[in-house]
Design a protein around this ligand. Structure first.
Ligand SMILES: C[S@@+](CC[C@H](N)C(=O)[O-])C[C@H]1O[C@@H](n2cnc3c(N)ncnc32)[C@H](O)[C@@H]1O
Length: 439
């Protein structure tokens, strides 16, 4: 069967451009669709691939060691490939447009209502859950039904649910807070991005008046907006603590030889700084460093905006808290290493240069290092988590996850006199450690 779109019919409140493309509310529909048979939308996306994927999966045996992250990730990649191959395009389209956004909505609302905290003691009925959280039963029942249909809580009876490891993990604030934080202070920008691009004729987004400012009708950047709209700021800081859990960490000896690169040759004078974490949020990285290297010499300094530093409740007393705006003079001079984790990706090159200028001004030639913990997007075969983050950077900050070439261009720009000494990485890590020194 062939569907046809009547080329003489323009949507009543839409318009057609000179290519015959219908434009309505910022969306476009190409008339080329007329050539495609609807049958393709209702058959498995790639039945021919299914036997090969199943063979690959069966090669893992009946009880693969899923505690080994490499095995687990390979199996997961195959399982995802199997789902994509078996789903029809129509099903995938419905999943993207109804099921996944609906699931995010349902989880966010239940999370804010405290449902997952109560459900931890389950199985329990919706009546019991609604009573436990003191909220409207009718809506909770519908939200839970969708979360269950998506497989994230377990249905144990009619309007009765049991927790899963996923729903229980949501009760840890650094895991669960990502939902209300992104729902309230971020995702709107992505939802309106296509309109922003249409309105700007697909120009590279502008950082001052970008998609975020457009969608949120604000002059603030995302950090400022979240701080100005509590509890988004606090939730964002939790999210920063959560997204990195379980990933390979640069401070592990198999990733970066910390002792050889940082401790050897360290200036042992009393006020010498070992590591300055710039834009370090609540200090999760320095906490991890302190735990992994309890006898490390020198000061550990945590720097972030005062609104963030002032919200820190628990921090190892050996870590110094310092309110600092990274566009101003770096107060800690000649540290062994200045460190930034997921900071430069938030900003376009011009803003990064302002941040880098302050660091370079404080570095001691032949001694100080700049350590950047970020994605280095490969030319081929990029990881989906890294490209997902790139979409966030594009729509939230008009910035990007950088390729190796991008990093060379930014960091080795002649105005700084920096050179990349080495890019460190390990298997299964989306992030790298880019080690720089003054040239
Ligand atoms: C994406 S978060 C990364 C946080 C942390 N490094 C991590 O990886 O979990 C970026 C951090 O930069 C901080 N930041 C934004 N603007 C800043 C500024 N002008 N000066 C200092 N820190 C800033 C934010 O408050 C936030 O904590």
């Amino acid at each position: 069967m062939t569907i046809s779109i009547d080329s003489t019919t323009t949507p009543s409140n839409g318009k057609a451009d000179k290519n015959g493309v219908h434009i309505k509310n910022g969306s476009t529909v190409s008339e080329n669709n007329r050539a495609v048979d609807i049958g393709i939308a209702v058959r498995a996306c790639d039945s021919e691939a299914v036997p090969g994927i199943l063979k690959e999966i069966s090669s893992f045996g009946t009880s693969p060691p899923t505690d080994l992250d490499t095995t687990r990730l390979e199996l997961l990649a195959n399982a995802r490939a199997l789902v994509r191959a078996l789903e029809t395009p129509r099903e995938t389209m419905i999943k993207h447009n109804w099921a996944q956004p609906g699931c995010h909505t349902a989880i966010t609302t239940c999370y804010n209502a405290g449902v997952f905290d109560v459900l931890k003691g389950g199985p329990m009925t919706v009546d019991e859950i609604a009573k436990g959280v003191g909220k409207n039963r009718e809506v909770l029942a519908r939200l839970l039904k969708h979360i269950s249909a998506m497989g994230y809580v377990q249905e144990t009876g009619s309007d009765e649910y049991a927790p899963t490891n996923f729903s229980t993990a949501l009760t840890i604030p650094i895991i669960g807070d990502g939902y209300p934080c992104l729902a309230g202070g971020a995702l709107r920008s992505g939802l309106h991005f296509h309109e922003y691009m249409e309105n700007t004729n697909y120009a590279t987004p502008n950082a001052e008046l970008g998609p975020y400012q457009d969608a949120f009708d604000t002059k603030m950047n995302m950090f400022q907006y979240m701080v100005a709209n509590p509890p988004l700021g606090k939730q964002f800081n939790h999210h920063m603590g959560g997204y990195r859990q379980g990933r390979p960490s640069w401070m592990d000896p198999t990733f970066y030889p910390v002792e050889k690169q940082l401790f050897t040759g360290f200036d042992t004078s009393p006020d010498a700084a070992l590591l300055v974490d710039i834009g370090g949020s609540l200090g999760h990285d320095l906490e991890e460093f302190r735990t992994k290297y309890p006898d490390a010499p020198g000061r550990l300094v945590l720097q972030d905006l005062p609104e963030v530093i002032d919200t820190i409740q628990h921090l190892n007393p050996k870590i110094e808290r310092m309110s600092y705006d990274f566009h101003t003079e770096q107060p800690v001079k000649a540290a062994r290493a200045y460190y930034m984790h997921s900071v430069l990706h938030d900003w376009p090159d011009e803003v990064c240069k302002s941040i880098l200028k302050q660091i370079v001004g404080a570095m001691k030639p032949g001694y100080s290092k700049l350590l950047i913990n970020e994605n280095v997007i490969p030319d081929k075969g990029a990881d989906w988590q890294a490209t997902a983050l790139d979409m966030m950077m594009l729509t939230l900050f008009s910035s990007k996850e950088r390729t190796l070439n991008d990093w060379h261009q930014l960091l080795e720009s002649s105005e700084f006199g920096l050179k990349i000494v080495r890019v460190w990485n390990v298997q299964n890590s989306q992030e790298s450690l880019i080690e720089c020194e003054l040239a």
